[in-house]
Design a protein around this ligand. Structure first.
Ligand code: BGC
Length: 511
């Protein structure tokens, strides 16, 4: 079966832009740009907003932030949202992906109290977008759990499923009549592995080999419950689409050694399959190989049951098909080989048993994990097409980090090269509906603070109004959206930005 799969991949997955054919994005392909609440809003304690896990973590541990800049003020989108919409109009995008801060809407974390000022903020933003025909794409959860809920165990507590459902219910009731694109949860792998395994991110729970798996089950069920909630109460009336955004970087073997090829396939199942399989595979559930490895190791380690909680028949059914589209956040490619170091046992690292590296010829971004390997996005698409039978996909994030400066040729080139790879993936049958640039503006890149800039627009964090200025890449993206083709040598005549004259389309929500 595996050999057959590899054979198909090598037949369909030949990557190359060797001919001179002009490739073009079709008119119904959607372009967007993204941000998330904690990273851009600021106003951390204004108008009734309360503390989330990032507020608490950064206030208590300012030393973990590379340049010391936290999200208290960030890019101040809470006050500058009209300017943000102006930028989106300049670019001519079809949609804006942003997230809602749970605490801004529900200050206790629970649905007993609704903060009307918080509700009003998102209503204003949505109305401003719709006024200019830009579709809101709302992420319900982008890493910022209310601290009150974290104090009760956060995503390690199975009640988090109900808390998330109640929160989603409030948000759907307020905005489902205006918003057609929904994303339940952003990157469950980061929430769980960085939050409950390796202590990198808040809540920084160090529960190796256990915490992340409990979290993964709860987050995945929470996602599915909210999908079903929309399906039952809102879908018929408002005809929106609900998906999940997964971190899907490409993983390939370091070399052709059988042990590296095999372990890469296994690692893909851990990193991609764990999240895609329950929703998109025919049989549902976590991948067999992931279940088997964790169960075997758990037994050897003296546990009476697997450290990976099981999904029962009802939960498998709940999860299967619980997404109208698959959101892919794709940034980079990593080379995988069998780990040479002994990891603590139990631990996630011990379960997966790999080490990662980059090819020396790959260009590196400002972020140490981010290398440019455009064919990776093509490979990811083909892998998903063949394994999960061509699901509808939206690239919900892709981007590049630099230092400050408007002449971001590296980001512009990265954008062009990835766009070419996306055109090839489309040509080879990928059911890809849209692309989202991360990010619209510079923001707080989590523990990197503002030392790694991802914005198409630069933000002057020292200025009172957090002035936004278009970078070269903003011009290149705007031009691409307008012409629908990738032009290698195009440069803007001036760096001054004007509102795009592109004609906006009706939302296409039948994903
Ligand atoms: C996250 C963003 C983050 C970006 C760049 C994505 O994984 O969703 O919040 O800023 O990567 O690191």
């Amino acid at each position: 079966m595996y050999l057959l799969f590899c054979l198909c991949l090598s037949l369909v997955g030949t990557y190359g832009w060797s001919d001179n054919r002009q490739r073009k994005f079709k008119d119904d392909f959607l372009f967007g740009a993204a941000t998330s609440a904690y990273q851009v809003e600021g106003a951390w304690n204004l108008d009734g907003k309360t503390e989330n896990v990032w507020d608490k973590y950064f206030h208590q541990h300012p030393e973990v932030i590379t340049d010391g800049r936290n999200g208290d003020v960030a890019s101040d989108s809470y006050h500058q949202y009209k300017r943000d919409v102006e930028l989106l109009r300049e670019l001519g995008v079809d949609f804006y992906r942003f997230s809602i801060s749970w605490n801004r809407v529900l200050p206790t974390g629970f649905s007993n109290i609704i903060n009307e000022k918080g509700v009003q903020y998102y209503d204003n933003l949505i109305n401003e977008l719709l006024k200019y025909n830009i579709q809101p794409m709302i992420t319900l959860f982008h890493f910022d759990l209310p601290q009150t809920l974290q104090d009760l165990g956060g995503w390690a507590n199975p009640l988090s499923i109900e808390w998330f459902e109640q929160y989603a219910h409030v948000v759907f009731n307020k905005y489902a009549n205006k918003v057609k694109y929904w994303i339940t949860i952003n990157q469950p792998n980061d929430i769980c592995i960085d939050g409950y395994e390796n202590g990198k991110w808040p809540p920084a729970v160090d529960s190796k080999g256990i915490g992340a798996y409990i979290c993964i089950k709860n987050v995945m069920i929470a996602h599915a419950k909210v999908y079903r909630l929309y399906e039952k109460e809102y879908k018929n009336k408002y005809k929106g689409s609900v998906g999940i955004a997964l971190a899907v970087n490409w993983l390939e073997p370091l070399n052709n050694k059988t042990e590296n090829v095999e372990i890469t396939e296994q690692y893909r199942e851990f990193m991609l399959g764990t999240f895609i399989n329950p929703i998109w595979s025919k049989e549902g559930d976590f991948p067999r190989i992931v279940k088997d490895i964790i169960a075997k190791k758990s037994k050897e380690q003296g546990f009476t049951r697997s450290r990976l909680p099981t999904l029962n028949t009802e939960e498998i059914k709940l999860l299967k098909g619980s997404s109208d589209f698959l959101g892919i956040n794709h940034y980079t490619t990593s080379l995988v080989s069998r780990s040479k170091t002994q990891h603590p046992s139990p631990s996630f690292n011990d379960d997966v048993g790999v080490q990662l590296s980059k090819r020396s010829e790959w260009k590196m971004a400002k972020s140490p994990w981010l290398a440019s390997a455009p064919y990776g996005i093509y490979k990811v698409c083909i892998h998903i097409n063949l394994k999960y039978d061509y699901p509808p996909i939206i690239i919900t994030e892709h981007g590049w980090s630099t230092g400050p400066g408007l002449q971001d040729d590296d980001r512009a080139n990265n954008l062009r090269e990835y766009m070419k790879a996306i055109l090839l993936a489309l040509e080879d049958g990928t059911n890809l509906k849209g692309y989202t640039a991360w990010s619209l503006i510079d923001n707080v890149e989590w523990v990197a603070g503002t030392s790694e800039r991802f914005g198409l627009y630069e933000v002057d964090f020292d200025s009172e109004e957090k002035t936004r200025t278009a970078r070269l890449s903003a011009h290149v993206y705007k031009r691409l959206i307008h012409t629908r083709v990738v032009e290698d040598n195009w440069k803007p005549k001036s760096m001054k930005m004007k509102i795009s004259d592109r004609k906006y389309k009706e939302p296409k929500v039948d994903l």
